[in-house]
Design a protein around this ligand. Structure first.
Ligand SMILES: Cc1cc2nc3c(=O)[nH]c(=O)nc-3n(C[C@H](O)[C@H](O)[C@H](O)COP(=O)(O)O)c2cc1C
Length: 429
């Protein structure tokens, strides 16, 4: 049989008020990240579009000048549980930070959700960048960047280890003999490390469809190590520079060998905000309208958060200062600053760019043009798929599903129906 064309994977970054900070102000747009009817409507569009993944981000302390979806939001695991029974096929990624949790609880929650969703759950592992989150967890200061990753690495090893404390077929349930469980197939973990001590086993059996999946997004060197070691999906940040993105893609895939894994064990999906119009001019108008709704205070806070430095003391029309490496998210900071240097941006340009997609790449134009970009990146071996960040919901996501998805299908680049009912199955098909 001829080998089928390689197909891309699609995820959607769910934010009820839209990925653009001002998306909720568009006519008829959803305006809440804490509403069940809105969340349910969002995942239904994604499932109609045959998406692999519905991605739920998180933060652990609100700042009232932040993106509206970061001010009031559902707790991700609770939302994921509700969404998993409202859907049948789509995978659901939920964020939990390794800086403010216990591995045993996290292993349990995800394995529970894995059973409930019948194999459709993934854990987005994050280390949390907001300093003020520490104040909600009986600590005065947050850990430093590299310490956060050191903890995260031990944490994920324990969680995956706990999932593996049960072999397949450990629950025998033999009515005749009265044997419920085979003790030879359930193991302790006996982990004793610098940050955690966990005996195990977990008190949840391994389901027939395998363990939950892991998503990782941090792109600093320790972030890449964590991805290569543990992740099934990597949510990458790109800025339109295909040469740089290809080098990062190849570098991450090559890094898997160090952990006895294969490059194909990990799907790399860069984030893209599509601004779609019937013409390029219509798409540009839409972006201008969104940008026109922004307020200075919230944008300044967003830029400071993304590049990890306060920019309020610098002239907006001047060049971008040489900031040192941040202790917050190096991924966003370095991607944005690299673009600024490459395109010789002023601080104001950087401000506008960050305001639009929070540091992700904005691609604007007709559905065919968006499909061209996705195809080009995918076939060049720069991506295994994409995390789509619609600027607002439901309209701009509906438009993506109704125009770009059929175009990708016509080109043989995306599935025409679900061929599996598990997230792992989607990634393999
Ligand atoms: C695309 C992307 C999405 C992320 N989503 C979240 C999130 O939802 N919640 C969170 O606390 N951190 C999130 N993070 C933070 C990372 O998980 C990581 O902890 C942080 O970026 C610091 O690592 P870095 O220096 O490797 O970027 C995200 C980072 C990226 C790049």
């Amino acid at each position: 049989m001829p080998k089928r064309k390689r197909r891309m994977h699609l995820g959607v970054f769910w934010l009820g008020t839209g990925n653009h900070s001002a998306g909720w102000r568009m006519d008829g747009a959803f305006d809440s990240h804490c509403s069940w009817p809105i969340a349910e409507a969002g995942i239904r569009i994604a499932e109609r579009g045959l998406f692999d993944l519905f991605f739920i981000s998180d933060s652990l302390a609100p700042s009232l000048t932040d993106h509206p979806s970061f001010i009031t939001r559902f707790e991700p695991m609770t939302l994921a549980a509700a969404l998993s029974v409202a859907t049948r096929h789509i995978g659901i990624g939920a964020t939990v930070s390794t800086s403010f949790a216990e591995p045993y609880n996290v292993a349990r929650m995800f394995q529970s959700l894995n059973h409930l969703s019948q194999g459709r759950i993934a854990w987005n592992v994050v280390t949390s960048t907001a300093d003020h989150a520490a104040l909600n967890f009986s600590r005065d200061v947050h850990y430093t960047h590299d310490k956060r990753y050191e903890i995260a690495t031990e944490f994920v090893d324990i969680v995956q280890g706990l999932w593996n404390t049960w072999d397949e077929g450990a629950t025998v349930r033999d009515r005749k003999t009265g044997q419920f469980v085979d003790p030879a197939k359930v193991h302790t973990l006996d982990h004793k490390g610098p940050h955690f001590s966990v005996r195990g086993p977990l008190n949840i059996e391994r389901p027939p469809f395998g363990n939950p999946l892991v998503i990782q997004a941090g792109g600093s060197v320790p972030g890449q190590e964590l991805s290569a070691r543990t992740a099934d999906i990597v949510f990458a940040v790109v800025n339109g520079d295909m040469v740089g993105a290809k080098a990062a893609y190849d570098g991450l895939k090559a890094r898997t060998a160090k952990f006895d894994r294969k490059p194909s064990d990990l799907a790399l999906m860069p984030g893209i905000m599509p601004i779609i119009g019937r013409t390029d001019a219509e798409a540009k108008d839409q972006l201008d309208r969104l940008q026109g709704y922004l307020s200075d205070a919230s944008t300044m806070a967003l830029v400071a958060n993304r590049i990890g430095h306060d920019i309020s003391g610098y002239p907006l029309d001047g060049p971008i200062p040489d900031f040192p490496l941040t202790d917050k998210s190096q991924t966003f900071s370095q991607t944005l600053l690299a673009k600024a240097r490459r395109d010789k941006l002023t601080l104001r340009d950087l401000y506008n760019l960050t305001a639009a997609a929070r540091g992700h790449w904005v691609v604007s134009g007709t559905p065919a043009k968006i499909a061209d970009t996705l195809e080009e990146w995918f076939t060049a071996g720069t991506a295994d798929g994409f995390m789509i960040l619609p600027p607002y919901f439901p309209q701009s996501f509906d438009v993506f599903v109704d125009t770009v998805v059929p175009e990708l299908q016509r080109r043989g680049l995306f599935r025409k129906e679900y061929e599996s009912s598990t997230l792992r199955g989607h990634l393999q098909s």
